[in-house]
Design a binder for this molecule. Structure first.
Ligand code: 17E
Ligand code: FE2
Length: 418
């Protein structure tokens, strides 16, 4: 396979990209625009980019909004309650159908790697079983990581710890947790210690729903980061959401950032989800409840973005488009400075790949030939246009292709802009 007239991020030139046996074999600068031929894909001057990565989504709950009841208050806590009502109705067929249509939506929008949470606070563990089975079945098509996630609490749900361990025996890739939702602070801290112990015992990654609340006193993040530092496993540990950080005192935050940096842990923010679920107990002024993405980036701490939900008890919109999630983040976290545009796409590509510890990721000779083609000739135009993903190639094979949309405008404007 050969791609011609391609642009790469942060490079003004046109490139030809050659693929052999599923790998990038040669990437070279073109002297001028090449004429399209039958055996090459013409990128038309558009941007070739590493595939989008979805590092945080709950596929087990996707497409269940309103079943059996709608989340009326819009809070995280009512979402958990509505999901608790839905859980007894789960079965393999139901989960497979919803997960596969959500993955299809993600693939249509340029995603090639997904980290999904699977609720372990269900005595049947049907979500964990089904998602681990799908991960294995789809392993040549998409990278799927499964987080064993104790939605109702690892230590506050009957047999929660035993179920977590069973999920790891079944084969979940990542140990999850929800310390801010455990009944007490002590249980929350104890749960974090256990998460780290389990990750070491089973040699797994860690991704904790951490301080997903507007309470400025929810400080499990410092505990998690310290544990990661102590055991020298920061690169394998992720703190998701950390929305309480929005409400932390600035002086505390300044001290906290030193630990965060030293620990080397990763962060995932889900800006569309958090702007919707948080701030619900405020009147006005109303907090945004999104973690300090801009400040984390400025401190050179790895931070990436996820969608969290697609039509589930917590969030009833969502369309699989990470460019939309990124657009929200740039608005909510006020990241529209000149330098921000150059680095924005990192938050749905490279940074997420690093969080998931993906190997072989990126457009580089020798790496697996995984990439997408975006509408726009550079980062800035892609971000501003919010265009479609035109092509997705995995190991040298096309897995998704879209015709660019054509718009017909009236002659008075066509002539005026000539
Ligand atoms: N569960 C949770 O604890 N938090 C969330 N944001 C979602 C599920 C979607
Ligand atoms: Fe989540």
């Amino acid at each position: 396979m050969q791609i011609i007239n391609a642009r790469l991020r942060q490079r003004p030139e046109l490139f030809s990209i050659y693929i052999d046996k599923g790998r990038f074999s040669k990437i070279e600068v073109q002297e001028s625009t090449q004429v399209a031929s039958d055996n090459a894909i013409d990128a038309g001057g558009n941007l070739i980019c590493a595939p989008f990565v979805e590092p945080h989504i709950h596929l087990d709950a996707a497409l269940t909004a309103g079943e059996p009841e709608w989340n009326q208050s819009g809070t995280l806590f009512e979402g958990i309650e509505r999901w608790r009502q839905r859980k007894p109705m789960l079965n393999e067929e139901d989960i497979r159908r919803r997960v596969l249509s959500t993955i299809e939506l993600l693939v249509q929008n340029g995603v090639q790697a997904i980290r999904t949470h699977a609720d372990t606070t269900d005595p049947t563990l049907i979500g964990v079983r089904t998602l681990c089975a799908l991960r294995d079945e789809l392993k040549d098509k998409i990278d799927l990581q499964v987080v064993a996630f104790p939605q109702d609490g690892m230590l506050s749900y009957p047999n929660g710890l035993k179920l977590m361990e069973e999920a790891l025996e079944i084969g979940a890739d990542v140990v999850g947790g929800i310390p801010h939702f455990e009944y007490t602070r002590e249980l929350g801290e104890k749960s974090v210690k256990l998460i780290i112990e389990l990750a070491q015992k089973y040699d797994r990654l860690v991704d904790v729903h951490c301080d997903e609340i507007d309470d400025p006193n929810s400080r499990f993040l410092e505990f998690l980061a310290h544990e990661a530092l102590l055991h020298d496993m920061g690169s394998k540990v992720t703190a998701s959401h950390t929305t309480a950080m929005h409400s932390y005192d600035n002086a505390y935050c300044s001290k906290l950032f030193r630990l965060l940096k030293n620990s080397g842990i990763n962060f995932i923010s889900c800006p569309t989800e958090s702007i919707h679920l948080q701030g619900r107990f405020d009147t006005y002024p109303k907090r945004r409840g999104v973690t300090r993405v801009k400040e984390l980036r400025e401190a050179n701490i790895n931070v990436c973005l996820g969608q969290d939900s697609i039509f589930d008890p917590w969030y009833s919109l969502g369309n699989g488009k990470l460019l939309r999630t990124l657009d929200y983040a740039m608005h909510i976290c006020q990241m529209m400075g000149y330098q921000d545009y150059a680095r924005a796409l990192d938050m749905i590509t490279d940074n997420s790949a690093r969080t998931m510890c993906l190997k072989n990721y990126g457009i580089q000779e020798g790496n697996a030939a995984n990439f997408i083609l975006l509408e726009g000739q550079d980062d800035y135009s892609v971000l501003r246009k919010q265009g479609e993903v035109l092509l997705s190639v995995r190991r040298g094979e096309i897995i998704m292709q879209r015709q660019p949309s054509q718009v017909i405008t009236p002659p008075w404007i066509t002539q005026a802009t000539k």
